[in-house]
Design a protein around this ligand. Structure first.
Ligand SMILES: *[C@@H]1O[C@H](CO)[C@@H](O)[C@H](O)[C@H]1NC(C)=O
Ligand SMILES: *[C@@H]1O[C@H](CO)[C@@H](O)[C@H](O)[C@H]1NC(C)=O
Ligand SMILES: *[C@@H]1O[C@H](CO)[C@@H](O)[C@H](O)[C@H]1NC(C)=O
Length: 474
């Protein structure tokens, strides 16, 4: 308990740092006032010989570019570290709670082990804080240098032939773009802008974070799903859910008050669908404490509200049971939720197996609008929605999946892209996006797996939310 709170507190203090940092200030000052602000050691010659000036500017571009590459490498490394340490904290917390309950079961060596791990976590937190601080300072200093580059270029362009300066101007634009990209990634990692759609889409999928084998501790439970509620009701913000079976069928669903209890397999609620409201397929999600899933009979959509235990069903005329995803049978209706609401995808005979996106009205449980894509469903392995855009995935080889297609329901535009990501185990039966933490949740041959999503932001980040939202422990 102590260590998590400590971690979150430290991260909040880094948030304060972000607030006073460069993000909200005009980038004009060259020194003074702020101790974190780097002084710039670049100088510009006042010689009137332009070629020399240009050479200096070009050199500067090279130096900035190199520094940015180092920063980018660090950011990628921290992404992996932060996620794995967040899980370590949760596990340690659980262990400490157990120790407190049964102190006699543990000896000094056990306690020493936990202490060592706590010290490691603490060291990482310090390192992260320093990283945020030093990266911010590096960006500021590079920004100052870039500003000086452009000032020199402007001066040269006024005095001499513009075409002479053109190549160096291009160099400057390249560096400026690189700098913005680096700042964006840094900002996104430490202060993700949850809920925002001010981006041009997913730009990258992080490494798979494997939490655990499922609650039955069985790899024969290849079919199932797990995750968080995508629109949690009050008091259930940190709840996790899980369901699995040996075939594509929904039997039992379990609820855990938080991540720690998911790992400890201590549920606070369980519901059986063995006898009534039977479902199959594995593309169910939990949204507003309500399970949206594929019904066996009548073949259609099921909605089970766990707040009231009220149940609704819908038959989708034309939806065909012939078209499942490539990896798993019976995946006919695939539910998704994103920043804009609730969706389901499927295929029909009329569409010749091509995927149709349908927007669902949550209260009436009716279809509001439909969009036809050009993707033949049996050829792809899964799909999810983000900000009203469908992302479709195919299997590349035994270790690799690829987001290869998008359909934007806002503009009706489709495009082919390539965002590869690593698969942990061979088959997966449930993959969905959760807008509350911008992660992908995968049920991968019995394992719980998550992926951090990166976006190509178009607006500067305004919400300063520390990372690790989904790992807090009470
Ligand atoms: C930057 O500072 C200079 C001098 O201090 C001032 O004239 C100029 O307006 C400032 N530019 C911006 C964008 O604030
Ligand atoms: C990010 O968006 C910009 C335009 O906003 C675009 O030029 C660039 O290709 C995008 N990058 C990715 C990886 O989507
Ligand atoms: C579930 O039931 C509660 C109580 O009637 C209601 O407030 C809520 O809107 C329902 N949720 C959905 C998704 O229909």
């Amino acid at each position: 308990m102590i260590c998590t709170l400590y971690f979150l507190a430290l991260l909040s203090s880094t948030t304060a740092f972000g607030r006073m940092g460069m993000w909200s200030k005009p980038r004009n000052e060259t020194g003074g006032g702020n101790e974190d602000r780097c002084t710039c050691d670049a100088f510009l010659p006042s010689s009137t010989f332009p070629i020399k000036d240009l050479e200096v500017v070009e050199q500067m571009a090279g130096v900035i570019s190199q520094k940015l590459e180092v920063e980018m490498g660090k950011i990628e490394e921290y992404e992996t570290k932060i996620t794995s340490y967040a899980e370590k904290i949760v596990k340690l917390t659980a262990e400490i709670v157990k120790m407190e309950k049964n102190p006699d079961d543990y000896n000094d060596a056990d306690i020493e082990d936990v202490k060592v791990e706590l010290i490691q976590v603490e060291a990482l937190i310090k390192e992260l804080q320093l990283s945020i601080k030093s990266s911010t300072a590096v960006f500021q200093s590079l920004q100052v240098q870039a500003t000086q580059m452009v000032e020199t270029l402007n001066k040269l362009e006024k005095t001499y032939d513009k075409s002479l300066v053109l190549a160096t101007r291009r160099e400057y634009i390249k560096v400026q773009t690189q700098l913005e990209e680096c700042e964006r990634r840094h900002q996104e990692l430490f202060f993700p802008n949850i809920g925002s759609c001010a981006h041009t889409g997913v730009s990258r999928v992080g490494k798979p974070i494997v939490s655990h084998l499922n609650a039955h501790l069985s790899t024969s439970h290849n079919f199932g799903g797990w995750g968080k509620d995508s629109k949690p009701i009050p008091e259930r913000e940190s709840m996790y859910w899980f369901s699995s079976y040996t075939s594509p069928y929904i039997g039992d669903i379990y609820f855990y008050s938080n991540y720690k209890n998911l790992l400890l397999r201590t549920h606070f609620q369980h519901h059986s669908l063995h006898n009534s409201y039977k479902g199959n397929g594995n593309n169910y999600i939990l949204h507003e404490n309500t399970l949206y899933y594929q019904l066996s009979s009548p073949f259609g959509l099921g909605k089970l509200n766990f707040t009231t235990m009220s149940y609704q069903s819908r038959v989708i005329p034309g939806a065909s049971s012939r078209f499942s995803y490539s990896n798993s049978p019976s995946q006919i209706f695939d539910f998704s939720s994103d920043e804009t609401g609730l969706w389901v995808t499927y295929a029909t005979e009329e569409s010749s197996g091509r995927m149709i996106i349908a927007k669902i009205d949550e209260l009436s449980f009716g279809i509001v609008e439909e969009w036809m894509t050009s993707i033949y469903k049996p050829g792809v392995s899964n799909a999810f929605m983000v900000c009203g855009v469908l992302y479709v995935i195919r299997t590349v080889d035994t270790h690799t999946e690829e987001i290869f297609y998008t359909f934007d329901t806002n503009t009706k535009e489709e495009s082919y892209i390539s965002i590869p990501f690593e698969r942990f185990q061979d088959k997966y039966s449930n993959l969905h996006y959760n807008p509350t933490d911008q992660k992908l949740y995968m049920y991968n041959d019995g394992y719980y797996v998550t992926y951090h999503l990166w976006f190509n932001h178009t607006a500067s980040v305004t919400v300063e939310t520390p990372l690790l939202l989904n790992t807090s422990v009470e």
